[in-house]
Design a protein around this ligand. Structure first.
Ligand SMILES: Cc1ncc(COP(=O)(O)O)c(C=O)c1O
Length: 410
């Protein structure tokens, strides 16, 4: 019988992990203010696209202030808040001109929304493989997937590490494609000193509850292109246009408005973004060092282009051969018993999702072009962002637990 916690031994870590989401009196005060102040809980149509320097007018509501603050933090002039990252992807793509019959290039190792957003607009997601170092869209593989129908490319900043945007923009420019960053996991991330969210024609972020800052739900489209921002604002507001009659609708669009309550929470959450990023980054450095020494564990190290990593996820490859052939899922169970919350992540590349089957008639043929994505699904293990908010000694425990499990398996 081994000493493993799964076999009744003592777990390596019993002190628990930081709770998520984090909220304190700041959130309570912000929401209370909105409830008490009333005023139709503010309507912000058009405020996302007002151009001015300095402080916003004092009568602006929470959503309007959040849109502006979040956009500026991400090197953008405009931010249009909405109900979710998924909705933001659909609105952003539509504002960039994607519609029925178009093709949109996306990576396969990501959340379904990256590919379902174009599909829900009547376009076809076309899968292009990822690079092994970052598991982000491989710019060298884009051009071979471009056809006369290709309209846009959606690079994902996986786990909070920016994709190689200069190389992606270069191909996009050459082939006349729009670029929408899926920065759902990349709040505060930086690429060559520039902020994620400002690196393409437009970008989206998610504020769903797991994200590094969260309004419970929510999303935003950021851009420096005023016409794109105006279109997004209209698509969030049932096709209304600022300056026109309230019941004039120019585009067929849903209601995707963020509430003032979410805006209030998000304004409070923003006050912790920098401090949390610093803590996650310091712990990630420690994990890079500790896990890098374990045979069979290969952290996805920050790329030299990554000037800020949001560490929504800390990612490492698990090589089963170094663990007596123990399957990834079983290894994760053994680690969980030791008190370490690891996650298996995306188990399927998106071209194998049944929801997308009507658009991917031959997934095996796509798989043959996407070996790195296939491998990522088999090998990658995730450490969730809130784990990186723990004390440094907890990072040491993660490494100790891996070594303990490895010893028992060999
Ligand atoms: C890469 C990626 N894109 C899009 C989304 C969609 O965001 P939401 O959950 O807010 O709809 C998510 C969030 O889960 C995501 O991780």
């Amino acid at each position: 019988m081994s000493e493993l916690a799964a076999d009744g031994g003592t777990p390596v870590w019993t002190k628990g992990w930081p709770a998520w989401p984090v909220a304190d009196d700041r959130e309570v005060a912000a929401v209370t203010r909105v409830v008490r102040e009333g005023d139709w809980w503010k309507y912000s149509l058009g405020q996302a696209v007002q151009d001015f320097d300095g402080e916003p007018p004092s009568d602006w509501g929470e959503v309007a202030r959040f849109q502006r603050e979040f956009a500026l933090l991400h090197d953008c002039r405009y931010g249009v808040a909405c109900t979710s990252g998924t909705t933001a992807l659909q609105i952003g793509l539509r504002a960039l001109g994607v519609g029925p019959g178009d093709e949109v290039i996306v990576p396969p190792y990501t959340f379904i929304a990256t590919a379902s957003a174009p599909a829900l607009l009547g376009a076809t997601p076309v899968f292009v493989d990822i690079e092994p170092e970052t598991c982000n869209l491989d710019p060298r593989r884009i051009e071979e997937a471009v056809t006369p129908r290709t309209k846009a490319v959606v690079p994902v900043h996986l786990g909070g590490q920016p994709a190689d945007m200069d190389a992606i923009n270069q191909v996009a420019k050459k082939r006349g494609l729009a670029v929408l960053e899926d920065a759902a996991q990349a709040h505060g991330a930086g690429y060559k000193g520039r902020k994620a969210g400002s690196l393409g024609d437009a970008a989206i972020f998610s504020f769903q509850v797991s994200k590094n800052i969260s309004g419970g739900e929510g999303g935003i489209i950021t851009t420096n292109d005023r016409s794109v921002a105006e279109m997004c604002d209209s698509l969030v507001w049932v096709g209304r246009r600022i300056g026109d009659a309230w019941y004039s609708h120019h585009y067929l669009a849903g209601n995707a408005r963020m509430t003032e309550f979410q805006g209030a929470i998000l304004n409070a959450q923003l006050t912790r973004l920098e401090e949390h990023m610093a803590r996650r980054t310091a712990n990630a450095r420690l994990l890079d060092e500790l896990l890098g020494q374990v045979e069979g564990i290969e952290p996805l190290l920050p790329h030299p282009n990554t000037t800020a990593h949001s560490y929504h996820l800390y990612l490492f490859r698990y090589h089963a051969e170094a663990f007596g052939g123990c399957p990834k899922e079983r290894f994760i169970e053994l680690m969980q018993a030791e008190g370490i919350p690891l996650m298996a992540g995306y188990h399927l590349p998106l071209y194998r999702q049944s929801a997308l089957a009507p658009l991917v008639p031959d997934p095996d043929a796509v798989a043959a072009r996407c070996p790195v994505s296939e491998r990522a699904c088999r090998e990658l293990i995730w450490i969730f962002q809130s784990v990186l908010l723990a004390e440094p000694e907890a990072m040491t425990a993660i490494a100790e637990a891996i070594q303990k499990v490895q010893r028992a398996l060999l």
